[in-house]
Design a protein around this ligand. Sequence first.
Ligand SMILES: Nc1ncnc2c1ncn2[C@@H]1O[C@H](COP(=O)(O)OP(=O)(O)OP(=O)(O)O)[C@@H](O)[C@H]1O
Ligand SMILES: [Mg+2]
Length: 235
Amino acid sequence: MSGALVVSGLHAGYGQSRVLQGVGFELAAGQIVAVLGRNGSGRSTLARALMGLVPARGSVRWRGQELLGRPPHAIARLGVAYVPESRDVFPRLSVAQNLALGLQPGAGRPQRWTPEWVFDSFPALAARRHVAAGVLSGGEQQMLSLCRALMGAPQLLIVDEPTEGLAPQVVAQVDALLRELRDQGLAVLLIEQKLDLSLAVADRLAVMGHGRLVFEGSANALTGSRDVVREWLEV
Ligand SMILES: Nc1ncnc2c1ncn2[C@@H]1O[C@H](COP(=O)(O)OP(=O)(O)OP(=O)(O)O)[C@@H](O)[C@H]1O
Ligand SMILES: [Mg+2]
């Protein structure tokens, strides 16, 4: 299979500290790949390396183009969106202003994901569209952060622990949104901590341990690999 995203031999780190030690995987359009792993295993570093936010070597090919060496804004222009673990909304700007900032000026492509779509889909955000994003709940900020990323009409979404600390009802909303994006043909790289959610939503799963992928396969294969779960996922 030649995926839309083909990562191979990816090394990345911070100064002397080497975190990723030769990571490789593929992700096709219309697929969700979940990357699981313990705290500090290197999952967020993988997301940052793909997005050009940490120095990296190896290869990250997206739709045939090499991303390594490009700055984050150039990677974004190639249709890659990134929602970091920190949920970066602009706290003093309103919900509507946050969404407007995500719109790509002059993007000629037909855009399915618009502020109107957000307000139709998420009544909680509609009700607070003129409220400063900083006063939203964690769940609302997460939905806003995801929706803002969609305003740029990405074809690849990299999303880092979108359900961390959220109430089950909001987790279900995030889950449903990720499935919708996949069904609309996006490639989704989902960095997660929750095994049950990942098994339910992802087409394939990868497990990171000490900066390497120690497993890659289907949900059935992962649940069948008791040793992988015990050694690399359970606390
Ligand atoms: N900015 C940084 N500078 C130096 N080291 C860092 C930095 N960010 C992360 N690290 C280190 O890199 C390693 C991998 O961290 P990373 O954030 O990628 O892990 P993770 O799998 O996302 O875990 P979690 O999100 O649960 O903390 C850890 O040892 C961490 O301490
Ligand atoms: Mg992380």
